[in-house]
Ligand binder design. Structure first.
Ligand SMILES: [Zn+2]
Length: 96
C-alpha cells in the first residue's frame, strides 16, 4: 500500500505508523462518565469499507495525516494533514 503524503509525495506505507481510528471523538476532559471514557479508550469498530485513520509519517515529514482508506480494497481516496481536522475550540486550547 502506498500513501500520498501531502508534504513528501507518494511513499510506501512502511514509512508510516498506523495511529488508529480518526473518526473517534475524545470526551471533554472534564467529563467524569467512566463509561464514555472506557468506550473511547478501549472499544473499536471493525468497519468494512471507507474508513478514516491516522497515519504518522515517521520516516518522512513526521506529520500526522488522516487517510481515508477502504478496508476491503485498501484503496485510498484522500489524505490530509490531521491538523486540518482540529476544531476551532480545540485549536484555541492548544495555542500558548
Ligand atoms: Zn510526509
Amino acid at each position: 500500500m502506498r500513501i500520498n503524503c501531502p508534504y513528501c509525495g507518494t511513499r510506501d506505507h512502511a514509512e508510516f505508523a498506523y495511529g488508529g481510528d480518526a473518526s473517534l471523538k475524545r470526551p471533554d476532559l472534564a467529563d467524569q462518565d467512566m463509561e464514555r471514557w472506557y468506550d473511547y479508550v478501549y472499544l473499536r469498530d471493525n468497519p468494512r469499507g471507507p474508513h478514516q485513520e491516522f497515519w504518522h509519517h515517521i520516516y518522512g515529514c513526521r506529520q500526522v495525516l488522516v487517510v481515508e482508506r477502504d478496508t476491503l480494497t485498501h484503496e485510498i481516496s484522500s489524505v490530509k494533514p490531521a491538523r486540518e481536522m482540529i476544531e476551532p475550540a480545540d485549536r484555541r486550547r492548544q495555542e500558548p
